[in-house]
Design a protein around this ligand. Structure first.
Ligand code: FEO
Length: 393
């Protein structure tokens, strides 16, 4: 795809990767992704904002065809999907100087070879003039690496937030509008790489919201031409209360844990709690991720196999403990043949996630009347907790 105009003298020149199936070897990408680069042509100087994965270099160069001189290459973030092609671009454009924060310079130089005399460090709130356009740098660490910069062009009211606010969505139309699929991709992306740091990084959102913004040009996905939508969603995801919803994710070797999960779902719904029930073996991880900002309760269901929790449940517990959703309550349910120990250690599944574990229901084999009564009691507890938290009337 060739370059696309966003505003006068500001162009998307990035690369679409609609076939990329997974990000970080973890998150499925049903809509693919993009590596966005932008060309900003000022009255005196021209700047390229970010590059792309080196394997797509030829596509980026094709989008820059006819651009004879680039004065600046802006690096927001050292990760290779944005900075991996910088050495090639510096070679192709010998007059170009790399602009970056000092924190990013150190990271870039640990990942690739860039001659010292080709780098110009810019401070937080530092500005570089292109003539009739100004690039203002803002140091915004932990969205999602410690060195990340966000830039802003005040004359055009355009924000370049790098990974922050981005989405995994390989678009047909460059602008996001209010297309739900863009914001679905943005939510899953937020959960995977931003949510863990949200307490530290919500202040960056505040800083951005003070700017006059017409367009947000992230490093992945569509350009936001209605910036308020994604800014309000981030506010909700970062600071909003979870919803009156329980997410039950289970893995069941022979069906007993599944029966327990379905029974609990019914019980919770009878008590007014909305439920998302998913088999962890088959649910795509991105679909699960999209629920983590919303669920006030997460119930993990597992069979016991190999005298341990099922590996799929262990993997889910690990991800919950690392991602740290703002879920308030957690519970464990499951069935065992002869070894209840792994299920009894429910609270130990989440050593660093600050969540209140409100119960565990453990059945030997097929769940009988006693187990079903315990599940009713667990449903009572969860509904009461939601009520106390003001989520349920
Ligand atoms: Fe899209 Fe952190 O790189």
């Amino acid at each position: 795809m060739s370059k696309v105009a966003i505003k006068e003298d500001i162009f998307w020149v990035g690369v679409k990767d609609p076939d990329r199936a997974v990000f970080d070897g973890l998150l499925p990408l049903p809509q693919g992704t993009t590596y966005n680069a932008y060309l900003v042509v000022g009255s005196e100087k021209t700047a390229l904002f970010d590059t792309c994965e080196p394997e797509f270099l030829d596509e980026l160069l094709a989008n820059l065809e006819g651009v004879d001189k680039i004065d600046y290459i802006v690096s927001h973030h050292a990760e290779q999907d944005h900075s991996g092609s910088i050495p090639h671009l510096l070679e192709k454009y010998p007059e170009a100087t790399l602009l970056c924060l000092k924190q990013n310079k150190a990271m870039l130089q640990s990942l690739m070879t860039i001659p010292e005399d080709r780098i110009q460090v810019v401070d937080d709130e530092g500005e570089v003039s292109l003539g009739n356009k100004t690039i203002r740098f803002m140091f915004c660490p932990w969205v999602h690496w410690p060195e990340t910069a966000v830039t802003y062009i005040p004359e055009d009211k355009i924000l370049f937030p790098c990974d922050f606010l981005g989405s995994h969505y390989s678009w047909d139309h460059i602008f996001a509008g209010d297309e739900p699929i863009v914001y679905k991709g943005a939510k899953e992306y937020y959960v995977q790489i931003m949510m863990l740091y949200s307490k530290m990084t919500a202040k960056h959102l505040d800083r951005i919201r003070k700017l006059d913004i017409e367009y947000i040009c992230p490093s992945h996905g569509a350009v936001y031409d209605k910036p308020q939508i994604i800014l309000d969603l981030y506010e909700k995801w970062m600071r909003g209360e979870p919803e009156n919803m329980a997410l039950i994710g289970y893995v069941s070797a022979h069906g007993s844990t599944k029966i327990m999960a379905e029974y609990l779902k019914e019980g919770l719904e009878k008590r007014g709690v909305n439920v998302e029930l998913h088999d962890l073996v088959t649910v795509p991880l991105n679909e699960l991720a999209g629920l983590l900002t919303d669920a006030a309760t997460i119930v993990l269901g597992s069979s016991v196999i190999m005298a341990a929790l099922h590996p799929v449940a262990v993997n889910t517990a690990f991800l919950l403990d690392r991602l740290k959703p703002k879920t308030k309550f957690a519970a464990v349910i499951g069935s065992y043949g002869w070894s209840p120990g792994p299920l009894k250690k429910a609270a130990e599944l989440f050593p660093s996630w600050k969540v209140e574990v409100v119960g565990a229901v453990i059945a030997k084999g097929h769940p009988g009347a006693e187990t079903l009564a315990e599940l009713d009691a667990l449903a009572d507890t969860i509904a009461a907790k939601h009520r106390e938290a003001g989520l349920l009337e």
